[in-house]
Design a binder for this molecule. Structure first.
Ligand SMILES: [Zn+2]
Length: 364
C-alpha cells in the first residue's frame, strides 16, 4: 500500500476544500508514492514525534495540527519547525496534516467532543455557505435514469440524511446538428425536437470535475447541455463548532465534573455559573472564541472550547457559561478519532497512537 491510499481515504472523509483559508492541511513532507510501513497518529508533530515514528517503524505521521503553517524561508534548524521538517525529510517520514477540514466536517473533531460528553441531536453550530453547486441537465427521457444513477454515484443529490435527491420534469429539447456533427438522434442540418427530461440536483462544489465527467460519460449525446450554478445555501454538514443536548438537564457543577472526567482535566477556566442546571451544550475543539456569538444565539447553556482571552470571558454576559478546557485537552482525542476511522477502512495497516505529550502548557 502507498501513503497516497491512506491520504485518499482521509481526503474523502475531510475534504481539503473544507479547510479554512489560513490553514495548511495537506501532505507536508514525503512522497505520496512511498510504500507505507506504518502510521503514527498525533495531535502535534514535533521532533519527538518524528523520533517516535522512527522508533515504531512508521513512515507516515498523521497530525491534526500542521507543523508548517506559513512559508519557511530557510532550513537551518534554528527553530523547532525547521528541525522537525529536516528530521522528517532525512528519515523519509511523510507528515500529513488533517486540520480545520476535520474540524469542519460533521463527523470530525467536534462530533468526537459531543460524543465524549454524551450529547444528542448534534448539529453544526455555524454551517458554511458557498460550498454547494447545482447541476441542471437535459437527457432524452429513456436515458434519464441511467444518467441520474451515474450522477448519484459521483456524489450528486446528497442532503443531510437523504441521498438520491433530485428534481425531474419532462419537456421538449430542440437542436440542429451541423455538417460535422455526428448526432445520436436526428439528421444533419435538420431541426430536431426530442422528448427530454430536465434533471437538477446539488453537489459539493469540490467534486465538480467528478460530477461533470460522470455526466458526460453516461449521457448519450455528442454535446451535453448542462448548467452549473454556485449556490449560496449553507451546507448543514460542514462548518465550525457543534451544538447538542444532554439527555436531561444536570446541575452545572456536575457537568463541569463530567468534562473533567471525560477530558482528563486538572482545571477548567469558566465564567460564573449563572444557571444552576444545564442541558444545551455548544462545543468547539481548539480556539473557539470566534463562535461565542453563535453559541449564545443558538441558546446554549455552556460553550465548551479553549483559548479564550481575559476580555473575551466578559462577553458571556450571564447568557452562557464559557468553559475553557484547554486547547490540547479539547483535541487530544482526535488521535483516537483518526485511528478509529483508519481501522475501519484498512484492516491490515500498522497503526500507532502517539504517546508523546505535546502539550506546551503545563499546570503548576
Ligand atoms: Zn487545535
Amino acid at each position: 500500500m502507498r501513503i497516497n491510499d491512506i491520504i485518499g481515504a482521509l481526503n474523502q472523509w475531510a475534504p481539503p476544500a473544507y479547510q479554512e483559508s489560513y490553514d495548511n492541511a495537506r501532505l507536508i513532507t514525503g512522497s505520496p508514492e512511498l510504500q507505507l510501513q506504518g502510521v503514527l497518529v498525533s495531535l502535534d508533530c514535533t521532533e519527538e514525534v518524528v523520533q517516535e515514528a522512527i522508533d515504531k517503524g512508521a513512515n507516515l505521521i498523521i497530525a491534526h495540527h500542521p507543523i508548517v503553517f506559513k512559508g519557511l524561508k530557510s532550513f537551518t534548524g534554528k527553530n523547532y519547525v525547521e528541525r522537525t521538517v529536516i528530521k522528517a525529510i532525512k528519515n523519509d517520514i511523510a507528515i500529513f496534516s488533517i486540520h480545520t477540514n476535520l474540524d469542519n466536517v460533521h463527523t470530525g473533531v467536534n462530533r468526537m467532543i459531543c460524543d465524549r460528553i454524551g450529547l444528542q441531536n448534534c448539529k453544526t453550530l455555524a454551517p458554511k455557505s458557498g460550498l454547494l453547486s447545482k447541476l441542471v441537465t437535459f437527457i432524452p427521457t429513456e436515458h434519464a435514469q441511467n444518467v441520474l444513477d451515474a450522477l448519484y454515484a459521483a456524489g450528486l443529490g446528497h442532503i443531510g440524511n437523504y441521498d438520491e435527491c433530485s428534481f425531474q420534469v419532462k419537456g421538449t429539447g430542440s437542436f440542429r446538428p451541423n455538417d460535422q456533427a455526428n448526432p445520436v438522434i436526428g439528421k444533419n442540418n435538420e431541426r430536431e425536437l426530442v422528448e427530454e427530461t430536465r434533471i437538477e440536483g446539488i453537489f459539493p462544489s469540490h467534486i465538480k470535475g467528478k460530477v461533470v465527467a460522470a455526466l458526460k460519460k453516461a449521457h448519450p449525446y455528442e454535446e451535453v447541455a448542462y448548467y452549473l450554478t454556485a449556490l449560496e445555501n449553507e451546507n448543514q454538514e460542514v462548518g465550525s463548532g457543534m451544538i447538542g443536548e444532554l439527555e436531561t438537564a444536570i446541575p452545572t457543577a456536575s457537568f463541569m465534573n463530567l468534562l473533567k472526567e471525560q477530558f482528563n482535566l486538572k482545571v477548567i477556566r469558566h465564567t460564573a455559573f449563572h444557571k444552576t442546571e444545564v442541558k444545551k451544550i455548544a462545543v468547539c475543539g481548539g480556539a473557539g472564541s470566534f463562535l461565542l456569538g453563535h453559541a449564545k444565539g443558538a441558546g446554549a447553556d455552556v460553550f465548551v472550547t479553549a483559548d479564550f482571552k481575559y476580555h473575551e470571558f466578559f462577553d458571556a454576559e450571564e447568557k452562557i457559561i464559557i468553559s475553557d478546557i484547554g486547547h490540547y485537552e479539547s483535541e487530544v482525542f482526535t488521535k483516537e478519532l483518526i485511528c478509529n476511522f483508519l481501522k475501519e477502512k484498512f484492516a491490515n495497516i500498522a497503526l500507532n497512537l502517539s504517546e508523546v505529550d505535546t502539550n506546551p502548557i503545563k499546570y503548576f
